[in-house]
Design a protein around this ligand. Structure first.
Ligand SMILES: Nc1ncnc2c1ncn2[C@@H]1O[C@H](COP(=O)(O)OP(=O)(O)O)[C@@H](O)[C@H]1O
Ligand SMILES: [Mg+2]
Length: 250
């Protein structure tokens, strides 16, 4: 295959570096996410997974490296171009991060108010909100406050909010953290069905081995600030490398 025929990743991170003082968190991390795949990044607590995601979405400035989304280098984009590019990405951050003082409906309307026009979405807001909630099985919560929902329901509403702009890429940072095992399973199933329905490409940050087993098409292990090992769950979980093995033993 020549270079022009090579499949381009929908999202790419090249040689990403980030330090805090003399604490080197990312030391040249690389990642390619291809269309339609579920890529899991696993790393120990404090290994820099959230730092990587924050650099990716521009919440944090990397020291160096290249981040490319849909073949556009985010460094060279202006503010409004970057804003538009970001609407192609849905986030589900650690915890649910719903706005406590807003109803479920208002939480879902929030991203629409900001971006709907730019995206030239024709459906009315009410339709989009109802559809998004229906996708996560929570239509009846429209006028409730987040505090009236269980942890699992809050996570599902957050997922509905992440999906409302119909993004091509979804980033999940620890989607199952803080949930009981049964609720975790529900969220993982929901993530799978969303990918089937919308053919989204997902980057899933987790340290949950069960989540990785169920959801990943491919995995990257983040160790010492680099992409230490890559492969399928099968390949990595049967590796002889002690650093890799450590991730899979319980
Ligand atoms: N804003 C910050 N200032 C200083 N250190 C930070 C900051 N954000 C993260 N760190 C440090 O970077 C390391 C990686 O953090 P993080 O990416 O949150 O880990 P995790 O892999 O658990 O998501 C940790 O040691 C953390 O203390
Ligand atoms: Mg984290």
């Amino acid at each position: 295959m020549n270079a022009s025929q090579e499949i381009q990743p929908i999202l790419e991170i090249k040689d990403l570096k980030k330090s805090f003082g003399d604490k080197h968190v990312l030391n040249g991390f690389n990642l390619k996410l291809f269309e339609g795949e579920n890529l899991v990044v696993m790393g120990k607590s404090g290994s820099g997974k959230s730092v990587m995601v924050k650099c990716l979405v521009g919440l944090m400035q990397a020291d160096s490296g290249i981040i490319r989304i849909k073949e556009q280098d985010i460094e060279i984009l202006g503010r409004s171009e970057l804003d538009l590019l970001r609407t192609h990405i849905g986030f589900l951050f650690q915890g649910s991060a719903l706005y406590d003082s807003m109803t479920v409906r208002e939480n879902l309307e929030f991203p629409l108010r900001r971006h709907k026009k730019k995206l030239q979405m024709k459906e009315n807001t009410e339709t989009l909100v109802r559809e998004a909630l229906k996708n996560v099985g929570l239509e009846h919560t429209l006028d409730l406050m987040p505090s009236e929902l269980s942890g699992g329901m809050q996570r599902r509403v957050a997922l509905a909010r992440a999906l409302i702009l119909k993004p091509e890429i979804i980033l999940y940072d620890e989607p199952t953290t803080g949930l009981d095992p049964i609720t975790s399973k529900e969220i993982i199933q929901l993530m799978r069905s969303i990918q089937d329905t919308y053919n989204t490409s997902s980057l899933i940050i987790t340290h949950d081995v069960d989540c990785a087993r169920v959801i990943s098409n491919r995995m990257i292990l983040l160790v010492d600030g680099i992409n230490y090992a890559e492969g399928t769950f099968q390949e990595l979980s049967s590796s002889d490398d002690p650093q890799v093995k450590a991730f899979f033993k319980n």
